[in-house]
Each structure stands twice: as C-alpha cells, then as structure tokens.
Design a protein. Structure first.
Length: 119
C-alpha cells in the first residue's frame, strides 16, 4: 500500500469500513460523538483522505466511499510495525504477543490455529 494514513484519517476511514458508504455530514456526526471533533475538522480529514486516494466522494450529499479496504491498511501497518520495532522479524512480534501474560485461553488457541494453518 502506497498511501500512508495518519491516526486521525484512520478514524474517518473506520466509520466507512464499519458502516459502508456514508455522507460527510453523517461521518462528522459519528466522530463528534466518538472523538468530539467539530464538523470542519472531520471535513478537512475527509478531504485529506480524498487527496491521498483513500476516499472518493459523489453527489448528492457529499457521499463518501472507501477506496482502500481495511485489510490492506492493517497489513501495511503490521509490516511497518514489524520493520520499525521488531527489526523486520515477524517471529519477534509473535514472541512478544505470546509473552503477554493477559492472553486468554481462547486467544492462545486462535494463535495456535494460525500457526498450524501456516505450516
């Protein structure tokens, strides 16, 4: 993924990923409730996402559509985390996750299943 989205832009994208195509006005109302942003802040962030090619808008009513799937962003962010914090080593990230003492039995089983699927 060539587009780098900042945390604030990801909040806008998250509304579209959760709820599908929505108007800018609707997104602003949701983010006012969730984050406390005013309408102008949200509109500015929508425009930034449009300039980056992450959102397209259509009429009527400034309807917004996510052009980038959430999975693509998650993959790029995970890759960046692995490279930045874990020296490019996915197994170091995995070891750090496994080393957390607060994983539930269900989470541990899911991780085991993921490893088995990769083998």
């Amino acid at each position: 993924m060539d587009v780098k989205l900042f945390d604030s832009e990801l909040k806008v994208m998250d509304v579209l990923w959760r709820e599908g195509d929505k108007t800018a006005k609707y997104i602003a109302e949701v983010l006012k409730g969730e984050v406390g942003w005013n309408k102008n802040t949200t509109y500015t962030l929508i425009k930034r996402c449009m300039n980056k090619g992450a959102i397209e808008r259509s009429e009527p009513n400034f309807m917004c559509h996510a052009l980038i799937p959430k999975e693509e962003v998650q993959e790029a962010e995970t890759e960046e985390l692995i490279n930045k914090v874990y020296d490019g080593s996915a197994d170091k990230l995995f070891a750090a996750l496994l080393g957390r003492k607060n994983l539930s039995a269900e989470q541990i089983n899911r991780l085991k299943q993921l490893v088995e699927e990769l083998e």
